[in-house]
Design a protein around this ligand. Structure first.
Ligand code: CA
Ligand code: CA
Ligand code: CA
Length: 160
């Protein structure tokens, strides 16, 4: 386990104050669907076509393409720990230390080759694992009930 200290905040990022906060949450999609703060920050809606269900494609899109678009500051197509830390700091501020800590461990989980960079495919693989876990009835889409239990599970998770 390589937790960074989520409570320790680096310098504020005024220009990025609100939008990365949304993104931050999207970056940890399991929690993302989960946070009450979601409405407050207005992150991208994972339900791309607005039909009330989130498909794997929609889920992957917000978890990789959208995350990279906002957090990949040096535009190398990968998210480094430092780039991610911006989001983690915001999460720590807006959503609490336990959510931020969870986000840090999620980065480590998704970084399969442990090189401190998340590639698009690592992010998508992580999103897919979380999606499959959340899709209780295995119909390939997350409906409201499934999103709700994911949310509850994430809360349980952040409590410990
Ligand atoms: Ca990058
Ligand atoms: Ca990696
Ligand atoms: Ca389902």
């Amino acid at each position: 386990m390589t937790y960074m200290k989520p409570g320790k905040q680096i310098s504020p990022v005024p220009l990025l104050r609100v939008r990365p906060a949304c993104l931050a949450i999207v970056a940890v999609m399991g929690c993302a669907l989960a946070l009450p703060a979601r409405a407050q920050f207005g992150p991208p809606n994972p339900d791309g076509n607005g039909d009330g269900k989130v498909t794997l494609a929609e889920f992957k899109a917000v978890s990789s393409t959208e995350v990279l678009r906002r957090l990949d500051s040096n535009k190398d197509g990968m998210m480094s720990r430092a780039e991610y830390q911006v989001a983690v700091d915001l999460m720590s501020r807006f959503a609490g230390a336990s959510v931020a800590k969870r986000a840090v461990s999620r980065f480590a989980d998704d970084d399969s080759n442990q090189d401190g960079l998340l590639t698009r495919s690592e992010m998508e693989a992580g999103a897919q694992r979380r999606f499959i876990r959340a899709d209780a009835n295995g119909d390939g889409a997350l409906d409201k009930a499934e999103l709700k239990s994911t949310r509850q599970a994430a809360r349980q998770d952040t409590r410990g």
